[in-house]
Ligand binder design. Sequence first.
Ligand code: PGA
Length: 232
Amino acid sequence: MSQMAAGLIANCLREKPNAVIVLPTGKTPEGMYQALIERYCSRLFDTKRLTLFQLDEYPGMSEQDERSCFYRLRHDVLEPLEIKQHQIVRLHGDASEPDEECRRYDQALQRAGGFDLAVLGLGMNGHLGLNEPPSDCCVPTRVVELSQATKASMTYWSHVPEQALTCGMAQLLQAKRIVLLVAGEHKRAILQKTIQGPVTPDVPASYLQRAGNVVVLADAAAWPLHIQQEAF
Ligand code: PGA
């Protein structure tokens, strides 16, 4: 899964060196980033011209804070792939006006022509980015209230945040290509709902059924063979 995902990102950048992309943080993409760094070190693609948008962030959080999404992004992706500050469009957690920050982000994305590639993880409650249920396909980048399910998964926090800034569903679903990464048995039920269940704001990822050019990369624990046979 990680190798295929890294290959898709590398191919995207070979075909379009100035691609506009958005990448996830979290546990699932860790292997993908290792595989991507190996490809970068072998000079299979270049990062000098890409533009990277930050997917989500927690409010009031500075980039020095190890729990911030940007800290993880910088550590896992930006530094090893030598992506420079001017190539990044941030969602600043410590912005004094978070709503304005979200509008600025969407305007920057519009000017950039939208995402060429969005790589996303799948939340236990079906969120994409941090578009918590209920989120329909049209909601823009904005401040959201975190659900109990998401807060329960944030075991590394002593004081769990109540809100987040997230790239909107509208922006993500319009990406020219979307790659959804799903790993682990604990994601099996929500992946099945995402792919085979009704399209509903209660499972935001279910809108991927209507989006064009979606690739789902799941490991065998998340999508075992017997489910594949039933589905296809
Ligand atoms: P995870 O997060 O990769 O840490 O499971 C995925 C998500 O919540 O989007």
